[in-house]
Design a protein around this ligand. Structure first.
Ligand code: HEC
Length: 290
């Protein structure tokens, strides 16, 4: 295998490895940036929801309790959980893809029932009462989400008016939600988890796209560079060496001794050609002396 081919193969393999490493790094950086971005979005949604519910419990509930009879119950007027979920449904119409869920294993509202993944999250919070938040990624129905979850505790005896014995709950509530689920909660029990799901499929696709574009541009530059190097090697190294090779063979056979060996170059090949030319002169002299 010639010098040029060997050199090009080694160069090609090394550059290709570097290119793949660069592409993978680019993908990883973009993916991480997308995660941080999703985390920030989640944080905003989270805090906004919590604040809305806080407002509901602190400012609105006392007024509503004054105004409405004991057994009347209007979910959107009287449940911070219903109000924030409904607000989020409107939010979702404007910005589709995002989801929030008050996931519970024993919920009043059936759509709040935790799925297998959410049960795992709840178990995690129940096992470690100090854990305040958990985040990660999850694929649901083929869509990738970044999720953020916090535990929800029965932290106020007032919660139990509606969530312990159905007989104690407002009659309207029992009519709307039934008596099957959402009751018998205990004080300080972790009953639910608020989860925010932020879609990241788009961002991941974008990260892949960026990495592929980088790979494409890199491969183009690589092919061009190898092509230029190949021409340089052909003209600057291989051809002169082949010429010196045939001239040296001629000299060894005593042929064309009157024609000088000239390769005008200041590099190693030029120096080799001058050495061969001196050899030619010596051989010519030796042959004429005889
Ligand atoms: C006046 C009755 C009432 C009180 C008091 C009340 N809740 Fe609820 N809660 C409800 C109703 C009704 C729903 C279902 C709301 C909906 O339709 O989205 C609900 C839903 C929830 C949910 C969502 C899961 C589910 O069961 O559907 C959680 C979690 C929750 N409540 C926790 C609490 C906590 C914690 C407290 C005390 C700080 C509390 N609730 C106080 C009536 C009440």
């Amino acid at each position: 295998m010639g010098i040029r081919t060997r050199f090009l193969i080694i160069m090609g393999i090394l550059s290709l490895l570097a290119l793949v490493a660069l592409g993978a790094a680019s993908y990883e950086f973009s993916r991480r940036a997308a995660m941080i971005e999703a985390g920030n979005k989640g944080e905003i949604i989270f805090n906004y929801l919590q604040s809305q519910r806080h407002f509901f419990q602190k400012n609105q509930t006392p007024l509503i309790n004054e105004l409405i009879e004991k057994d009347r119950f209007y979910p959107n007027l009287m449940s911070g959980f219903a109000a924030t979920s409904t607000t989020f449904d409107y939010f979702n119409q404007r910005m589709p893809g995002f989801t929030i869920k008050y996931a519970a294993t024993n919920p009043l509202k059936e759509t709040n029932r935790a799925d297998d993944f959410e049960v795992q999250i709840l178990d995690k919070f129940k096992a470690d009462q100090k854990l305040k938040e958990t985040t990660g990624t999850i694929t649901k129905n083929g869509i990738d989400f970044y999720f953020q979850a916090i535990p929800l505790k029965v932290d106020n005896p007032a919660c139990l008016e509606c969530h312990s014995d159905p007989a104690l709950a407002p009659k309207d509530q029992v009519v709307i939600y039934g008596t099957e689920s959402g009751y018998n909660w205990k004080m300080n029990e972790i009953v639910a988890s608020l989860l925010v799901y932020i879609p990241i499929s788009g961002a991941i696709a974008q990260a892949k796209q960026t990495a592929m574009t980088l790979l494409g541009i890199g491969a183009g530059c690589l092919i061009f560079t190898l092509f230029v190097i190949s021409i340089f090697l052909e003209k600057g190294v291989v051809q002169p060496i082949m010429r010196l090779n045939s001239r040296t063979e001629e000299i060894s056979l005593g042929k064309s001794l009157d024609q000088p060996v000239v390769i005008k170059s200041n590099d190693e090949i030029g120096s080799l050609s001058r050495a061969i030319d001196r050899l030619r002169i010596s051989v010519a002299r030796m042959l004429t002396r005889r």
